[in-house]
Design a protein around this ligand. Structure first.
Ligand SMILES: Nc1nc2c(ncn2[C@@H]2O[C@H](COP(=O)(O)OP(=O)(O)O)[C@@H](O)[C@H]2O)c(=O)[nH]1
Ligand SMILES: [Mg+2]
Length: 676
């Protein structure tokens, strides 16, 4: 397949905008499938995963492909919920262009907005597809205005819907001047497009002034691509994925106007820290990038690769990054949803799947020469993970399986990760939101048949003191022959937040001999780690050893460790100790009419609103500070406040004392046994 015939396009958009339905229509209209699948029967090509069939929405990206006018289009149908945004962003390196699908009845949506802006930052050529014109043709003009306000005046229609929403009218290829669209005129839409395209090309501008609007699409092709590349133009199309209206016109736009791999902006490859330019000549060294890993519980692992340079063949000898050991793909596949078609080579610019190579992980670069050992793609800005859940196997003996399954689950999703908290012996699964984690756990249970128990993770509390105090302890033991003796006098005082721990030795005259001071510090540090009042690590205090006593025979290290611990515990008990809790900065985006409910909810969960910004399109961005312990269920709460329209991010801000009632709860049951 010649590179000029390849198009790689990601469909982005809010969940429910109609991406999956539209993908099905594109396959149907190109004769790739003979019948249209249905979402509510779970028969679409794209939403094939059992979880997707049950939820009736996409939770992962699928790769589909079709041919139109001899052009081969690889289409990536991505998910559009906040929890799965990572699975959409992570496939951007595979494509030149992104098409944002907008629901005409709902507007663009905040996840979609974020995705579209991310695509812009990643230098993708972009277009907008306004879907569902069958159900709302009246408000389309206002919607286009709103989109232009959000994304800029470079959004220009390439066709316009009819008033009944049954058809679209071409304004570019062969403008149908005699037809009347639902809004605007074909002529003004056509002229606005041409004006925009010729703006970047002086020669063409002159020609345009001579020829007027007689310029043919062929003359305009290269400047059109340039305008897309420079993000000077974002064409807009109208469709109904339900009725099929506008789908043929859209196919022409995708195949004829969206860029080939050569026409799009080049991939952001680096060699060490230096940007590199690739060559698309077929004889160049092969370079591919793993943009996605899919693991089927029965069929095993598949790595989806974008070929950026050279060719891949089943018997190519390939290296992964800096690895010395080569591998051969064995088989190469093209995917249509879950179906695999074996192919005998993958050409530059195309996508390909490689089966059963465990070492192929997301973002890996494969190549056939050591010259490219240090090639990597400029890293993506992924959404920050916000939620963790403690997880363990319910059945004894399943621990190994738990680790293997977690490994598979996280391989598929770059925004899921696993960590182990040694102090609490907890395995934590961390992701974007609650729904994200729950979907992963469902998959572990349903598809991998692993029974797991989950709990809300332990919050990372701390302890500190709020006053200065002294402590004293004499450790004396007489067991059989040898005795133990050590006596410690110390004082403690609070340090500013974030200062950690300081230990000062002010003992004079050898009251405690120098060699035993480290033993005193060791005792104090043990309590710093274990906690004095509630079992959490202590921070932000200074300990000064002021005096003590020793015994020439019975003084040993162990005696001073014990005396240090207990003198410190006594001092802490007098120094008004408190438990500190993590406070996070939350940034929440909600429809303006949800503001009242949002602030009520914040107030009842100890949250404080610090700033409010009213944005375009009726959305408001709210900055808040909230205790982490109060927002483990925030995605649920926000969903019910905003009917699913809200979206939030969070990051650690600082530590603050827990209010008195919670303080008592936390300290209950934890008894510093050693305080006499
Ligand atoms: N009226 C109407 N409904 C549509 C259209 N396209 C999709 N839908 C419906 O919108 C819902 C979401 O569609 P889906 O394809 O799953 O959206 P996705 O989340 O963007 O993939 C489904 O109920 C579809 O039947 C359309 O053109 N018109
Ligand atoms: Mg979908």
């Amino acid at each position: 397949m010649s590179i000029d015939n390849i198009r790689n396009i990601a469909l982005l958009g809010q969940s429910g905008a109609g991406k999956t339905t539209l993908s099905e229509q594109l396959l149907f209209h190109t004769g790739t499938i003979n019948t249209l699948g249905e979402l509510n029967r779970g028969t679409t090509v794209s939403d094939f995963d059992p979880e997707e069939r049950e939820l009736q929405k996409s939770i992962d990206t699928s790769w589909l492909n079709f041919t139109h006018h001899q052009h081969k289009v690889n289409l990536l149908d991505t998910p559009g919920t906040a929890d799965f945004i990572g699975r959409a962003i992570s496939v951007l390196p595979a494509v030149e262009s992104c098409a944002l699908v907008v629901d005409a009845t709902e507007g663009v949506g905040n996840v979609a907005e974020k995705l579209f802006k991310t695509a812009g930052e990643r230098k993708k050529c972009r277009m907008v597809i306004i879907n569902k014109i069958d159900s709302d043709a009246e408000h389309l003009a206002a919607l286009l205005d709103e989109l232009q306000t959000t994304f800029g005046p470079t959004l220009l229609p390439i066709n316009l819907p009819t008033a009944d929403g049954d058809d679209v009218i071409d304004c570019y290829f062969e403008p149908q001047y005699d037809r009347t669209p639902a809004f605007g005129t074909v002529e003004s839409a056509h002229d606005a497009l041409i004006d925009q395209v010729v703006e970047l090309d002086e020669e063409l501008m002159e020609l345009y002034l001579e020829q007027g609007s007689e310029l043919k699409p062929e003359q305009l092709h290269d400047p059109f691509e340039k305008a897309l590349r420079k993000q000077h133009l974002v064409p807009v199309c109208f469709v109904s994925a339900r009725t099929g209206a506008g789908v043929d016109a859209l196919l022409n736009v995708l195949a004829e106007l969206m860029p080939t791999p050569l026409e799009g902006n080049p991939p952001l490859f680096m060699n060490y820290d230096e940007p590199v330019t690739l060559s698309y000549a077929p004889e160049s060294h092969a370079i591919g990038h793993v943009f996605k890993v899919v693991i089927d519980p029965f069929m095993g692992r598949l790595a989806l690769v974008r070929v950026h340079q050279g060719q891949l063949k089943p018997d190519s000898v390939l290296y992964i990054g800096e690895e010395r050991k080569p591998f051969k793909p064995g088989h190469l596949f093209r995917l249509q949803g879950k179906d695999r078609v074996e192919i005998n080579q993958a050409d530059p610019g195309d996508l390909v799947a490689i089966a059963k190579v465990d070492e192929l992980t997301f973002d890996a670069v494969i190549h056939d020469s050591h010259d490219e050992d240090h090639f990597h793609l400029k890293s993506l800005t992924m959404p920050p993970p916000m939620f963790s859940m403690a997880i363990k196997a319910s059945r004894r003996g399943d621990e190994q399986k738990l680790w293997e399954t977690l490994d598979k689950i996280t391989a598929e999703d770059p925004s899921l990760s696993v960590s182990h908290k040694v102090s609490l012996n907890e395995t934590l699964l961390t992701g974007i939101g609650e729904f994200h984690l729950k979907t992963a756990i469902n998959k572990m249970q349903n598809q991998y048949k692993l029974v797991v128990e989950t709990s809300t993770p332990s919050i990372d509390y701390r302890e500190t003191i709020t006053a200065a105090a002294d402590g004293h302890y004499r450790h004396k033991k007489q067991t059989g022959g040898a005795g133990q003796f050590g006596e410690v006098q110390l004082s403690i005082k609070p340090l500013p937040r974030g200062e950690g721990f300081r230990f000062v030795d002010k003992v004079v005259g050898g009251a405690i001999p120098g060699q035993f001071i480290p033993a005193v510090e060791k005792g104090v540090r043990q309590i710093m780690d274990e906690g004095a009042i509630a079992g959490f690590p202590m921070q932000d205090l200074e300990v000064t050893v002021t005096d003590g006593k020793h015994h020439s025979v019975d003084s040993k290290e162990i005696a001073f460790v014990a005396a240090g611990r207990k003198a410190f515990l006594e001092a802490v008990s007098k120094a008004k100790p408190v438990v500190l809790e993590p406070i996070v900065d939350l940034v929440v985006t909600v429809p303006a009419d949800a503001m009242g409910d949002l602030s009520g909810d914040m107030a009842s969960h100890r949250g404080v609103i610090t700033d409010t910004q009213v944005g375009n399109s009726g959305r408001t961005t709210v900055h808040c500070k909230s205790p982490l312990s109060e927002i483990s269920d925030y995605s649920q709460r926000l969903k019910s406040i905003t009917k699913g329209e809200g979206h939030f991010t969070m990051a650690l801000s600082h530590f603050e004392p827990v209010p008195v009632p919670q303080q008592k709860n936390l300290c209950q049951g934890y008894r510093a046994k050693e305080i006499a």
